[in-house]
Ligand binder design. Sequence first.
Ligand code: SF4
Length: 221
Amino acid sequence: MDKEKIDACIRILEELYGEPLARQVDTIDLLVMTILSQNTSDTNSLRAFGRLKTAYPDYEALLAAPESKLADAIRAGGLAEIKARRIRETLQKIRQDARAITLSFLNEMDGKEAMNYLVSLPGVGPKTASVVLLFSFGKHFMPVDTHVHRVSRRLGLVPEKASVEKAQEILERIVPPEKYLSLHLNLIRHGRRICRARAAKHGECALQKWCDYCTRAKSLK
Ligand code: SF4
């Protein structure tokens, strides 16, 4: 991957959407939010999270409540029973390991160790773990969601057939670590607004010059 292209994509996206900074979100809230976001839209998962926090302002209260009540509270996010079980089991495991519901001990671990711990939790996969490690701990991981995956393949930052795991591995190699957060969030914004899965707005796209998909499409005309 040529450095000029990756630098140009980062710069153009920052000109369009700004350089996003990590927001201060409670680490456990972020973990729970990310579990709730699995297989549903942002709108639904945020609604489910809002209802969960209203019903259980603190996580000890959540653990003391029946799982069926938790499932009722998060029903707006879909897969309510499965997610309720995952959230409870994850929080129970953290409380058992840390003697409190906190992940602050991950600060003492290097990235690989912290990743291994998080993916050992029920319902936490590499994407959820990468989000938590990047946003809450500033560790060098580049989460790949559906938008990052699609836009980075269309642009040709990663091969067209790259899996999510392969795309993450390549992006972590070619993107300067201090730009992981910015590129991750800006590719999501670009994927929602311009480079949509269906009906992408190629004509309005500021990345056209650097885009393999567009270059290929033009050469076929
Ligand atoms: S030119 Fe089209 S395919 Fe390429 S990034 Fe822009 S919208 Fe996506």
